[in-house]
Every structure is written in C-alpha cells, then in structure tokens.
Design a binder for this molecule. Structure first.
Ligand SMILES: [Zn+2]
Ligand SMILES: [Zn+2]
Length: 248
C-alpha cells in the first residue's frame, strides 16, 4: 500500500534513450548509461575529414570521389547514426520533440562553435508532411542551436515535391533522382554563408539538392550540419537503415 502511494507520488522517470525507469537528474532526458552511450557514438578519427563518412585509414574516400559533397563546402556532425543516436532521432520524429532534440542540438552546436555563418537553413519538409507531423525536426534542431550561437534561422527553402520516402528507394542514384528538383527558394540568400541543418545525413542527396538551389540563387557558400552521419551504403548489418526512414 505504501509502495503504491509512493509510486503515485513519485512516478519513475523514464529515460528517453532506453525507456528504462532509471535514476535521472531532474530535467535531463537521458540516464547515465545513455549519456555514456551517446559519448561512445561520437565520430572518431576514422572518418573522412571532408565529408565525415566512415573510412579506413589512408584509403581515399569513395563518398567524396563520387561527388558526395557537390555544392557543399564542409560537413559537420557530432555522431554516428547508430544505437542511442538512432533512438533519439526516432523520438524526434514522433514525440518528446524538445527532449530528444536537446542532446543532439547541444552536440551539433559544439561542432560549429566559433565558425561564422550568416544564417542556418533547415532542410524543409513538404507542406503535407509538415501538417501530418506538426513540426519540422530539422527546424526544431536549428532553433535550439540558434538559441546558443545567435545565428538566425531562415526557412529559405521550400519542398515543392512530396518525394517518396527515401527508404523505399534502394539505389543511391535513384535516391538522388527522387529529391532532385524537389526544392525551391523561399528567401533571399544572395551572398550569404549558409549552414544547412538536418537531423541525419544518409546518402546526402537531400543536402546536395538543397545546396544546389541555394548556390544557384546566389548563396556564397553552403556547409552542412547534421546530428548524425550514416554511411550511404554498406553490408554491415548494424548500419542498415530500418524503419526510421519511413518517417522522413
Ligand atoms: Zn537510458
Ligand atoms: Zn569524404
């Protein structure tokens, strides 16, 4: 009886990362284990310094060679797209928006600390999907980062084509075709140094399509900031994209 009263008065706090009732510091979203796991997901030296794709040391980067960074001057991201990071991104797309966005946004902010940009531009959702979800997760991240670095968020892009979900398209080239010409300009970006913001970079075709439109409309430079980087392909099961992409 006493336990039940205690339970009612002090419901266990559920960790956003693992779903376990754990000891959590007041106001924090993640338990100690998940905070540690998040730390372990940090991108290491085993990535290409230009695009952040995982690669073996001393080998050239296929992603860069194949034009993965077309129209993009740099890539910034704190994490690998795996484990706790994947779970946070799922939460970000469903619910617990701010709670899930905060640990990602904090780490993203650190990645671009001290680098100057004129504006941050979130990768847009199509109006219909925006209406379904109620928010654009890329914009949520950008706004949280803006609170820390003061760089204005401009919704300079519009998604004009309601593209098929990327997960339903397996080949990289097909994915590029899918998002090509899916965006149009929505604000003046002439001469601006822009930081494009998204939750995850997978093949990068979305980012390239956005960067293309920004550059064509006079942007001085476009760099990309994402919460995580997923390898564009690979047979390694642990990297396999799953149901997540369904919610893009
Ligand atoms: Zn946890
Ligand atoms: Zn590279």
């Amino acid at each position: 009886m006493l336990n039940r009263i205690v339970d009612l008065l002090l419901p266990p706090v559920i960790c956003l990362g693992c779903g376990e009732p754990r000891k959590i510091i007041m106001g924090a979203a993640l338990c100690e284990n998940c905070v540690q796991e998040l730390e372990d997901m940090k991108l290491s030296e085993n990535v290409c310094p230009n695009c952040l794709s995982p690669k073996t040391q001393n080998s050239s980067c296929d992603y860069c060679i194949e034009g993965g960074m077309l129209n993009l001057s740099a890539a910034y991201a704190p994490y690998h797209y795996h484990g706790i990071v994947q779970r946070l991104v799922v939460q970000l797309k469903f619910n617990s928006i701010e709670d899930a966005a905060k640990p990602l946004a904090d780490a993203m902010y650190e990645c671009v600390k001290g680098i100057s940009f004129d504006a941050m531009v979130p990768v847009p959702l199509h109006a219909r999907r925006l209406q379904d979800r109620g928010y654009n997760q890329a914009e949520v991240l950008a706004k949280l980062i803006s609170q820390k670095n003061g760089i204005p968020v401009i919704t300079a892009l519009k998604r004009t084509k309601n593209t098929r979900r990327q997960s339903s398209i397996s080949v990289v080239e097909k994915r590029s075709e899918n998002v090509e010409n899916a965006f149009s300009i929505n604000a003046d970006v002439k001469g601006k140094k822009i930081l494009l913001v998204d939750d995850v970079r997978t093949t990068g075709s979305t980012a390239r399509a956005c960067a293309k439109v920004l550059i064509e409309n006079g942007a001085y430079e476009v760099a990309l900031l994402t919460g995580a980087v997923a390898p564009p392909r690979g047979d390694d099961k642990k990297w396999k994209l799953n149901f997540l992409d369904l919610f893009r």
